[in-house]
Write a protein that binds this ligand. Structure first.
Ligand code: NAD
Length: 300
């Protein structure tokens, strides 16, 4: 049977002690990858430590797989990558998944709530990815996943800190997809929605039961397989469904009749409905397309 496997590959999954990360680690472990199961073992607000990672490693081993636990925080991502290199001599796949929540309405959000969320989600992914990057470049092979959220793409009440970090990860992935292209490093973003301790008080109970992380794990596993060559994608997945999210431009509007005319507040107002009209929106794949589109419009 045409089964995709990961033998010979070493995968690091951060925050793999529970929830989505655990599902990714178990699936990759069952398909032959050697897995570093990283998890600080904190509560959902980032406080404390425990041994979730050990239990996942045991589960992988019980099924005949190979795995090692790592308890470092992603803010010291270089230690996690060192665990992979020390134990398995290589690293091929990095799934940046670790996460916490400090939800509060913006006015009540303390600087500590802000900083901790940026540290775990955005800086953690930066530190861990940067530590793996040199190896990926040298071996001309790497598969990286960033974990974003619909709260980042669209905003969500009480999640200003989390949304900012999650959209930051999209920007990080977009640039790394460009920088990694010539080294066969593919960098993509998953936007999951699944039952976990982060969503147990947010999702309605019947939905919570159905939204199993196992339904998303194959999507992420496919996106880190060697046969997967797309890069820079944002893939939203839940409940056995996957879709691509994409940034688009409207057709836009010229704000003055000729280049010698000024742009006035009133000309902006008078053209606004066309500025925001999303009919025939244009997909933007590369930064250069923004300039090309602009030049075309200015020549009209
Ligand atoms: P989870 O709480 O089950 O898993 C997150 C894991 O990260 C935990 O086991 C935790 O101990 C670990 N962790 C926290 N801080 C860490 C650190 N500094 N270093 C290493 N590990 C750390 O939650 P989950 O829902 O499985 O979340 C996984 C990822 O998916 C997170 O990035 C989350 O923001 C994202 N996400 C989840 C959903 C969802 O619907 N569950 C939606 C959008 C995004």
């Amino acid at each position: 049977m045409d089964q995709l496997n990961f033998s010979g590959r070493v995968a690091v999954v951060t925050g793999a002690g529970g929830g989505l990360g655990k599902a990714y680690a178990l699936l990759l472990g069952s398909r032959g990858a050697k897995v570093v199961v990283n998890d600080l073992g904190s509560a959902r607000d980032g406080v404390g430590k425990s041994n979730f990672a050990d239990l996942v490693v045991q589960e992988i081993k019980d099924k005949g797989g190979i795995a090692v636990a790592d308890y470092n925080s992603v803010v010291e991502g270089e230690k996690i990558i060192k665990t992979a290199l020390d134990n398995f001599g290589r690293v091929d796949i990095l799934i940046n998944n670790a996460g916490i929540l400090r939800d509060k309405s913006f006015q009540k959000m303390s600087e500590q709530d802000w900083d901790l969320i940026q540290a775990v989600h955005l800086k953690g992914a930066y530190k861990t990815t940067q530590a793996a990057w040199e190896t990926f470049k040298k071996q001309k092979y790497g598969r990286i996943i960033m974990t974003s959220s619909n709260a980042g793409l669209f905003g969500n009440f009480g999640q200003a800190n989390y949304s900012a970090a999650k959209m930051g990860l999209v920007g990080l992935a977009s640039t790394l997809a460009i920088e990694g292209a010539k080294y066969n490093i593919k960098v993509n973003t998953i936007v999951p929605t699944a039952a976990s301790r982060l969503t147990e008080d947010i999702l309605p109970p019947e939905m919570f039961q159905a939204m199993k992380p196992d339904l998303i794990a194959p999507v992420v596993a496919y996106m880190v397989h060697e046969s997967f060559t797309d890069s820079g994608l944002i893939i939203d997945s839940t409940l056995g469904f996957a879709t691509k999210a994409h940034l688009v431009h409207s057709q836009g509007a010229l704000l003055r009749k000729k280049p010698s005319d000024p742009v006035t507040i009133e000309s902006v107002r008078d053209n606004w409905s066309q500025v925001v009209n999303m009919e025939n929106a244009q997909h933007i794949d590369k930064i250069a397309e923004v300039t090309v589109n602009l030049v075309e419009k200015l020549q009209v």
